[in-house]
Design a protein around this ligand. Structure first.
Ligand code: PEP
Ligand code: NA
Ligand code: MN
Length: 612
């Protein structure tokens, strides 16, 4: 049983050289009334101490050290398993500035409501102060933040996902820009009358708020302990707040992977790719190419920050330090590199526990073990009717454990980008790979990105779920202004801008089967991209962009014949004319901040079809 002996405010350590950080820590402690305040130093000893405390308290399960050394399983509350977009708010001063793709709250009204929720919200708990960097320490593209949280699970996860602790704190100097990130699970152990209650394995609150104050560069999150809602360096800072900062300051914060691809001649290309959630970003980031002589090296699998360098090219970093990947569907046949990455020092969340103390999930192996404990802690047997792992079960692990991690992954000022990919999950219309006609046309491809609902029948473009630039849930300001920022960056970069391509691994045949084998064979689409940039092949002009000649796609050793290639690269006029009508309605729904260039690109594609 805990008891309430709130921290004495005068005793709170003041460890930052920046008085604003110290003052904020005190202010939050006064409001939330924790038992103690702990500044995290980011050391291994600290990680081990907190992990041990959590195992003793029953909030983490230590996995069998012989099978999965120094690794843990967390089981969340059944109601707290994913990002909650309906409770995610952009609190810009003006309603208009959040745009039609975000929920908005007036910042003063929101702060008042949050103040009420946070009053006493950490009673009986430890308040942790986690200074962190997004990006290599001291780099030109790097930004800093401080997360205050009452969740030890968040502390451990932030330690894996960011460069955190004393080293990061040193970079927050008196005049530095830094982001305030406040988090509470909203489950105090002592109420205002002093009544105590037992802790639970995964404390959270039915009331949840994931709020962002882009003008103040501030995040306040309440009621959830789950990844994207609670590890505030990730989606909240590195995408929503950073996209607003990047718009104001002339850089880019994107929902992208970052890889380097080396061809058989030994030439290396840097490729970023924006793909919506659940379209295989982690798989592509860790691809083991199925064509001899090609190599893929990993830099990031979820977020990329980019800034023009002194030479006028666009430089990219992965602001994160780890991977927070979806476990189900990850196995040696789909992503062997991820499987090798998570062999040790990994936190698993909401996956199944095997009888010998290891983890399992659907898709890890072809056949399930005969008995498991499922993600909710219940006995499980194959065929019992429910999944053993939650479909959004996760692994959290540092990037340096990835066998394909690039030697450049911590390059302080990033690596220059050659190619930008946009890819959705499209059963129809969109070919395997093609090049945009220009940067502006590339922005049109980004703005119209989307996925069809999997249950959709053949050809119904009307049920396209739009996810522009894969940023629908993550752009921290008006989507029309965000598109305009992309156009502005292209004008600034001019001839040095990366080449933009669209890819689609998910096109289907009439019978619903996939036309392209995917995974490690996707290197063949990248092979064409690089051949094109090297001038070794010529593209074919079509209304939607520059397509490969089918004979330029390397299908040696795979079962893809000419008739299939024709289907993979078909540009059906009827399907596209319907899709362009839907796109016009979609642009109209974003409103009058949609740049005119988007409508002229739409008109140009339409004209292209009219001329056929
Ligand atoms: C998350 O939910 O925290 C997350 C990383 O989201 P996603 O996998 O959808 O990008
Ligand atoms: Na860390
Ligand atoms: Mn993501």
């Amino acid at each position: 049983m805990t008891s309430h002996s709130p921290v004495v405010i005068d005793d709170i350590p003041q460890l930052s050289a920046n008085e604003k950080v110290n003052a904020w820590v005190v202010k939050v402690a006064q409001l939330t009334q924790p038992n103690e305040v702990v500044w995290c130093d980011g050391s291994q000893e600290e990680f081990d101490r907190i992990a041990t405390e959590m195992v003793e308290a029953g909030t983490l399960i230590k996995l069998n050290p012989e099978l999965r050394p120094n690794s843990f399983l967390a089981r969340s509350d059944a109601s707290d398993v994913a990002r909650v977009e309906s409770r995610t708010f952009i609190c810009s001063k003006e309603f208009e500035d959040a745009g039609p793709t975000n929920n908005w709250r007036n910042p003063d009204v929101m702060r008042a409501e949050l103040n009420t929720l946070f009053a006493g919200s950490m009673r009986g708990r430890t308040m942790y102060v986690v200074p962190f960097a997004m990006g290599p320490l001291g780099g030109k593209i790097t930004q800093y933040g401080v997360e205050i949280t009452d969740s030890p699970y968040v502390v451990l996860s932030m330690a894996l996902m960011t460069r955190s602790g004393s080293e990061a704190l040193k970079y927050i100097e008196p005049e530095s820009q830094w982001v305030k990130a406040l988090h509470s699970v909203g489950y105090p152990l002592v109420d205002a009358e002093g009544n105590e209650r037992e802790d639970v394995a995964w404390p959270c609150n039915d009331t949840k708020y994931i709020t962002h104050f882009p003008e103040a560069r501030e995040i306040i999150s309440y009621g959830s302990g789950y990844g994207g809602n609670a590890l505030l360096g990730k989606k909240c800072f590195a995408l929503r707040i950073a996209s607003a900062m990047a718009h104001d300051e002339g850089w880019m914060a994107e929902h992208m992977l970052l890889i380097q691809v080396t061809n058989p001649q030994g030439k290396k290309y840097t490729i970023t790719g924006a793909f919506p959630s659940a379209t295989g970003k982690t798989n592509l980031a860790m691809m083991r190419p199925k064509v001899d002589g090609w190599k893929v090296e990993t830099i990031g699998d979820d977020i990329v920050w980019m800034r023009p360098g002194d030479d006028g090219r666009l430089y990219a970093i992965n602001p994160e330090y780890g991977f927070f990947g979806v476990a189900p569907g990850t196995g040696y046949s789909t992503n062997p590199v991820a499987m090798d990455t998570i062999k040790k020092n990994t936190i698993f969340t909401n996956v199944a526990l095997t009888d010998d103390g290891d983890v399992w999930w659907e898709g890890m192996t072809d056949t399930a073990p005969s008995h498991l404990i499922d993600w909710q802690g219940n006995d499980w047997t194959p065929g019992c009717g429910s999944p053993a792992a939650h479909p959004n079960g996760r692994f959290t692990v540092t990037a340096d454990q990835c066998p394909t991690i690039s030697p450049d992954w911590e390059a302080a000022d990033g690596v220059p980008v050659d190619v930008i990919l946009f890819g959705g999950r499209r059963r129809t219309n969109v070919p395997l790979v093609f090049r945009s006609k220009s940067w502006e046309h590339g922005c049109f491809l980004g703005a119209t990105l989307g996925s069809e609902q999997t249950a959709a029948a053949e050809g119904p473009v009307g049920v396209l779920r739009r996810d522009p630039f894969a940023m629908q849930p993550f752009a921290g300001y008006h989507m029309g202004d965000y598109w305009n920022h992309w156009l502005t960056m292209g004008r600034k970069l001019g001839k040095k801008a990366p080449a933009i391509f669209q890819v689609n691994w998910f096109r289907r045949d009439k019978d619903g089967s996939f036309l392209w084998p995917g995974f490690g064979e996707n290197i063949r689409a990248i092979e064409w991209i690089i051949d094109l940039l090297e001038g070794e092949v010529e593209p074919v002009g079509t209304p939607i962009g520059l397509l490969p000649k089918t004979e330029d796609i390397n299908v040696d050793g795979i079962d893809v014949d000419e008739a299939t290639l024709k289907k993979i690269f078909a540009v059906p006029a009827e399907g596209w004319e319907k899709e362009l009508d839907v796109t016009e309605d979609y642009f109209n729904s974003i409103g009058d901040r949609v740049p005119n260039a988007m409508y002229s690109q739409l008109a140009a594609v339409r004209e292209g079809f009219a001329k056929l």
